[in-house]
Design a protein around this ligand. Structure first.
Ligand code: ZN
Length: 283
């Protein structure tokens, strides 16, 4: 499932071929994903210039010359693929249409962007540019973890008297927007905090330490995504999914990598989702 760094990588990839360009033709091949597509979506996209491509949490916003923005959520399995050979920049031929290619944008310069979503938990909607803070999917989101509104004071306040495990608190999109299972596990490992510890019982300085750690974990992943982006012209044109090296996520049974720790990475289930951590050095 794409998390913030993957979505940011997709955003950058789309921006590189769409910003400043024109969607010559939009094709919508089914009536819905998770929810119905907005009325007349293909017609409202066709012929539109793309002003900018932004991101809020795990949502991509494509600002159109019409004054509307297309909101895109990749869901569980949504994938964006770039094909075509505009100006010799990319070497991918347009692939044969395959199952689950639900939305296709042909840019005026010959680039094609294809949205494929096998599980159809993705979503798209059109809204007036600038109105996104009122959109039901975005209205309740907390601060961006890489923005100034997310800081030590805000996180300490959000954790105060909170009786839920810190893992759940960091996954709560009202506290901080865009964090998912993988990067919460990695951030808690770096901070040396057990995912089972109650958020309200963690000392203020340890809570504060999470802020720069969360930023680092996300920034490093975005940088890794950036390098995958440079490689995508050699691969299959798909954006956003890249190889990571995780310290704890998916590392059950592996020795802890913290200097001097002799522990082993454990997997437990919290609120139906796996948490990976070292019980020896995360307290
Ligand atoms: Zn350890």
């Amino acid at each position: 499932m794409p998390e913030l760094p993957e979505v940011e990588t997709v955003r950058r990839g789309l921006a590189s071929v769409m910003e400043g360009g024109t969607i010559a033709r939009a094709e919508v091949r089914r009536p819905d994903l998770r929810w119905p597509f907005p009325d007349g979506m293909a017609a409202r996209l066709t012929g539109q210039g793309v002003r900018a491509i932004r991101r809020r949490s795990k949502y991509i916003l494509i600002d159109l010359a019409s004054g509307e923005s297309l909101l895109v959520h990749l869901g569980m399995s949504g994938r964006m693929t770039i094909s075509g050979d505009p100006l010799g920049k990319f070497v991918h031929d347009h692939p044969t249409r395959v199952a689950h290619d639900h939305v296709v944008w042909d840019m005026a310069d010959g680039t094609r962007v294809t949205f494929n979503d096998a599980r159809r938990f993705g979503a798209m909607d059109l809204l007036p540019t600038g109105d996104e803070t009122a959109h039901p999917l975005l209205a309740k989101l907390g601060p961006e973890p890489l923005g100034n509104a997310f800081n030590e004071e805000v996180l300490i306040k959000a954790f105060q008297n909170r009786n839920t495990p810190v893992k759940s608190a960091l996954l709560d999109q009202r506290i901080v927007a865009g964090l998912g299972n993988i990067y919460v596990c990695e951030a808690l490992f770096r901070a040396g905090i057990s995912p089972t510890r109650k958020a309200g019982k963690i000392g203020k300085s340890r809570v504060a330490s999470l802020v720069p750690i969360i930023r680092d974990v996300l920034t490093e992943a975005i940088e890794a995504g950036g390098s995958s982006l440079r490689d995508y012209r050699q691969a299959d044109g798909e954006l956003g999914y890249f190889q990571h090296s995780f310290a704890v996520y998916g590392q059950e049974g592996q020795p802890c990598t913290r200097d001097g720790c002799t522990g082993t990475v454990k997997r437990i289930v919290q609120s139906g989702r796996s948490s990976f951590y070292c019980a020896q050095c995360q307290r």
